[in-house]
Design a protein around this ligand. Structure first.
Ligand SMILES: NC(=O)c1ccc[n+]([C@@H]2O[C@H](COP(=O)([O-])OP(=O)(O)OC[C@H]3O[C@@H](n4cnc5c(N)ncnc54)[C@H](O)[C@@H]3O)[C@@H](O)[C@H]2O)c1
Length: 348
């Protein structure tokens, strides 16, 4: 299959690009190369005859038309987005423009292209979204595909809006779509402003390991390569106009997660004295910090036969090792604007 992947120079998009090419798909990677992008993430496939790169912004309709007309993909996997909740608190405008307006432009370009192709049933617009659109859970319960939307940050609200647009384009214009909502990802090439890389890299620099609030917020962690596998599974086998929740069944409090990372580092790269856990420091909470996310992934497991391949302990061990082995990659990104600074503090 020839797939146009938007956001393929980012964290999850690049995992999709690498896996899809390993499985013999042809990939066109469309990315604007924002602060969050890194073409090194796809260096291992860059010379493949199956790979093409187009630097373009999803808000630029003319560029989208040109890329679709040039490459004539069988499917679009839409991952390009502004993705950092803390940045969305400081500057929501970019999130509205890329995640909502950009998705609208991409839907319109896809609709025109699909129509010009004779509206093939086999075409797919796969919209990649987050479990954060469902809001925050109490101590029990899980998000299913039927959970009402209740986004609470500018990031999750913009993603929720984009999900609604995709469903509307399916209902109104018949565009063949599939949607996925996934829990928190982690793994290699995770941009060094997100919790797990921050913890690994601060620990290696013997700096404080910042934990928002009391560390009791719960997330359901999924290894990024398992997410990429789930996305290709949904693209190939998912039912038309259906949405699938994707999760790792790996609920951890942030404090548990950070302590696990510290224990792995204590083994792999022991500190001169004491444990890395001694560096844990509680800092002011993120405003509107959702208490708990948990995914009921039963639909994708039972209908499509997907399941995660690694436990969070195995995935974290691989991730820590990857950061130990790839210092050149993360050092270059740490110099980018805003990385290493506390963003998204209370604005009320
Ligand atoms: N990271 C997670 O845990 C997670 C979980 C569930 C869903 N998601 C969703 O998965 C997708 C990818 O997330 P990620 O963590 O890889 O994000 P990321 O920030 O690492 O990468 C986003 C990519 O999109 C590109 N991009 C941004 N604005 C663009 C624009 N206007 N035009 C073209 N390209 C643009 C960036 O250059 C970057 O390469 C997002 O849609 C996100 O909402 C993420």
């Amino acid at each position: 299959m020839k797939i146009l992947v938007t956001g393929g120079a980012g964290f999850i998009g690049s995992a999709v690009v690498r896996l899809a090419i390993a499985r013999g798909h042809e990939i066109v990677n469309l990315d604007a190369l924002t602060y969050a992008a890194c073409l090194d993430n796809v260096a291992e496939v860059a010379d493949s005859p199956l790979y093409a790169f187009e630097q373009a912004d999803i808000r630029d309709r003319a560029a989208l038309d040109r890329v679709l007309d040039t490459h004539k993909p069988d499917a679009i996997m839409h991952l390009a987005a502004e993705s950092h909740v803390d940045r969305s608190i400081d500057g929501p405008g970019d999130f509205i423009e890329t995640n909502i307006t950009g998705t609208y432009q991409l839907l319109e370009a896809a609709r025109a292209y699909w129509t010009a192709q004779g509206k093939p049933d086999s075409f797919r617009f796969h919209h990649i979204s987050t479990d954060e659109v469902f809001g925050s859970l109490g101590p029990t319960g899980m998000f299913t595909e039927e959970t009402p939307y209740d986004p609470r940050s500018p990031y999750s609200a913009s993603k929720a809006a984009s999900d609604h647009l995709v469903r509307a384009w399916a209902e109104t214009y018949g565009l063949p779509v599939v949607l996925t909502n996934c829990s928190n990802n982690y793994g290699p090439y995770h941009f060094p402003e997100k919790l797990i890389p921050v913890v690994i890299l601060n620990a290696l620099a013997d700096k404080a390991l910042p934990i928002y609030g009391d560390g009791s917020n719960i997330r359901d962690w999924l290894y990024v390569e398992d997410h990429a596998d789930a996305l290709l599974c949904v693209l190939e086998k998912g039912a038309l106009n259906r949405s699938y929740n994707i999760g790792g069944e790996n609920e951890r409090t942030n404090l548990e997660l950070v302590k696990t990372i510290c224990a792995i580092l204590d083994e792999k790269r022991p500190r001169a004295e004491g444990s890395y856990a001694d560096l844990i420091t509680f800092v002011t909470d993120r405003p509107g910090h959702d208490a708990r996310y948990a995914i009921d992934a039963n639909r994708i497991i039972s209908e499509l036969g997907w399941k995660p391949s690694v436990t969070v302990e195995e995935g974290l061990a691989r991730t820590v090792q990857w950061y130990l082995d790839n210092e050149d990659w993360w050092r270059a990104l740490q110099a980018r604007d805003g990385v290493g600074q506390r963003l998204g503090v209370d604005k009320k």
